[in-house]
Design a protein around this ligand. Structure first.
Ligand code: IDP
Ligand code: MG
Length: 139
């Protein structure tokens, strides 16, 4: 089923010059880019994006990290986009993520792990609406 998902190149990914690498992997896989922007997340937006993690021990560090420097937010569309993109980014902890995945190839950390991706279709719709106005998404 064709669906959309949200990917974010996190601050460490942007700082390390991995924007193009991340985008090109998804383009080569066959996803269509429906929206794309660089943005410095406000604390409010970061907290909305990660609302499900409120109260967890890493929450404050996560918000500080996500607001520390600009990110690149991308809406991707394609068959089973949510699950395929999650497979392509790999496990949360870069030390455990499979080589060949983005985190498996570029991260050694559970916190600074280069990319974010929505983990369900419902979360994708919600997260896209947090970051993008509908006028910013192409048909
Ligand atoms: P995900 O990004 O693979 O979906 P989540 O469990 O949803 O992983 O966590 C969101 C983000 O919070 C992670 O990508 C990572 O940046 C951070 N995070 C998750 N667990 C930890 C932890 O145990 N220590 C530090 N940061 C964490
Ligand atoms: Mg998650």
């Amino acid at each position: 089923m064709v669906e959309r998902t949200l990917v974010i190149v996190k601050p460490d990914g942007v700082r390390r010059g991995l924007i193009g690498e991340v985008i090109s992997r998804f383009e080569r896989k066959g996803f269509k880019i429906k929206a794309l922007k660089m943005i410095k997340l406000s604390k409010d937006l970061a907290m909305k994006l990660y609302d499900i993690h409120v109260g967890k021990p890493f929450f404050n560090d996560l918000i500080d990290y996500m607001t520390s420097s600009p990110v690149v937010a991308i809406v991707l569309e394609g068959n089973d986009a949510v699950n395929v993109v999650r497979l392509m980014i790999g496990q949360t902890d870069g030390r455990r993520a499979q080589p060949g995945t983005i985190r498996g190839d570029y991260s050694l950390s559970i916190g600074e792990n280069v990319v974010h991706a929505a983990d369900s279709s419902e979360r994708a719709d919600y997260e896209i609406s947090v970051i993008f106005d509908s006028s910013e998404i192409v048909d």
